[in-house]
Design a protein around this ligand. Structure first.
Ligand SMILES: C[S@@+](CC[C@H](N)C(=O)[O-])C[C@H]1O[C@@H](n2cnc3c(N)ncnc32)[C@H](O)[C@@H]1O
Length: 428
């Protein structure tokens, strides 16, 4: 054991505490109850990831659990934290505990939480004791995620598994993530998904060590750990040959996802998360799934999370009682204009696809229809509005409905056919 691997009194090794400093994610004011600044107050970026988890996870539970005879699924949170923020806002464990309660009649969601810091772990245990419903099966472990990975996989057994990997810093190695996604499972479908927080700040700060003429042994160590996390040193060249950090990190995040995709045969979605609009991503959420529905629903969840995040970044103005003038909240009008522009964009893209190919098939065409500009922004409502316009214009058949829009199949109508449809309709 090297000095960097020895546990400190906070339960993290020196190397992991270095990760903490790298992340830059620790926010809020210190000294307000928690000794972990991350958990003092919720940041805009955390609003995004929690809304995404809250929207997506029940979808996974509903879908992946539907063909399981025992209705059992496993949730593993490798870096669970305290469970909630000091202001009471739910963190990932408490959000999932709510899902366990709400879905208990339909599904059995067994949970496994790992947290390295003692004070966080103690808080987490108490919170789960108070909030998990009677009869729920859950376990917490204090320690490093890597040391409990095999136990977590054994805990999941043959059940569908959703793993949330949300470290401050560099996180698990490439091989560890691949081993989770490639876990053997008996039963229908592979049903293993990972949602991983790829912290841009940690990678950019650690990558900055590459440019230094002289490096401390600890910095060398961090670079080797970065190689292990990213599955090789391929990223170093990208970093060094780029003029600025943000595009390099984006390329590294993509390279990482592609390498894992190749190794595990998964589909991946990369979701940038910002602290403020127009700023570079603070982190990327990377989602791995073996099922096309997973790709569809994570995009939907990202779009809902983006909407919640925008509102969080633009709170309603303070209204002072008895003030002479009331201040109008500009957000609803801005949001309406934004969303209606998405419908226009999707309509244009659908029109083009129909002209080129004569038909559209969902979910396969989702990326083409949403395009890079509205992918992860617009959601199914906007897609249906765009398709409905084309249906009303007599260009698309059949009529799109909200239900099952994700499996909609449509084809182009010629003007002639439309006329007959209209005549037929008015004849009735
Ligand atoms: C970003 S926070 C987790 C937030 C939590 N997932 C949520 O959404 O509320 C990261 C947590 O990981 C813990 N941690 C850091 N290194 C760890 C490791 N190697 N294994 C397990 N936990 C670790 C930290 O103490 C911290 O509580």
């Amino acid at each position: 054991m090297t000095p960097d691997d020895e546990p400190t009194d906070q339960g993290l090794t020196k190397a992991e505490l270095e990760d903490y400093a790298l992340s830059g994610e620790a926010g809020g004011e210190e000294g307000m109850g928690s000794d972990d600044p991350f958990f003092v107050s919720k940041q805009a970026s955390a609003v995004f990831k929690h809304k995404l988890l809250k929207t997506y996870f029940p979808k996974f539970v509903g879908k992946a659990g539907s063909t399981e005879a025992d209705r059992r699924l496993a949730y593993v949170d490798t870096h669970a934290g305290r469970g909630a923020y000091d202001d009471g806002t739910a963190g990932s464990p408490l959000l999932v505990a709510q899902d366990v309660s709400e879905m208990q009649k339909l599904r059995r969601i067994d949970c496994f939480f790992v947290e390295a810091r003692k004070s966080n772990h103690d808080h987490l245990r108490q919170l789960l004791t108070d909030n998990m419903p009677a009869g729920a099966h859950w376990i917490t472990r204090r320690g490093r995620a890597s040391d409990h990975l095999q136990e977590a996989l054994a805990f999941a057994g043959n059940s569908p598994l959703f793993m949330f990997v949300d470290p401050y810093g560099l996180g698990p190695t490439f091989e560890e993530v691949a081993s989770v996604l490639n876990r053997p499972r008996q039963g229908y479908g592979r049903k293993t998904e990972v949602l991983l927080n790829f912290i841009a700040m940690a990678f950019s700060r650690a990558g900055g060590y590459l440019r230094r003429a002289a490096r401390s042994p600890q910095q060398e160590n961090t670079l080797f750990r970065l190689d292990a996390v990213l599955g090789g040193d391929w990223w170093r060249e990208i970093y060094l040959s780029s003029d600025s950090t943000a595009p390099a990190i984006a390329q590294i995040a993509r390279g990482y996802a592609q390498r894992l995709q190749l190794k595990t045969n998964c589909s991946t979605s990369l979701i940038p998360v910002r602290d403020r609009a127009h700023k570079q991503p603070l982190y990327w959420l990377v989602h791995f799934t073996h099922h096309p529905d997973g790709v569809w629903w994570i995009r939907e969840a990202a779009a809902r999370a983006a909407a919640e995040w925008r509102r969080y970044c633009s709170p309603p103005p303070n209204t002072v009682e008895d003030s002479l003038f009331s201040i109008t909240d500009p957000f609803p009008a801005e949001e309406e204009a934004r969303q209606s522009s998405w419908v226009d964009i999707i309509e244009r893209r659908t029109r083009n696809l129909l002209t080129e190919r004569g038909r559209i098939d969902l979910p396969q065409d989702a990326y083409v229809l949403f395009g890079p500009d509205t992918f992860g922004q617009a959601w199914d409502k906007h897609l249906r509005q765009a398709l409905s316009r084309l249906y009303r214009d007599g260009i698309l058949e059949p009529r799109p409905y909200a239900k099952d829009i994700n499996t909609y199949r449509g084809h182009r109508l010629h003007a002639q056919q439309r006329t007959s449809v209209e005549v037929k309709a008015s004849d009735l």
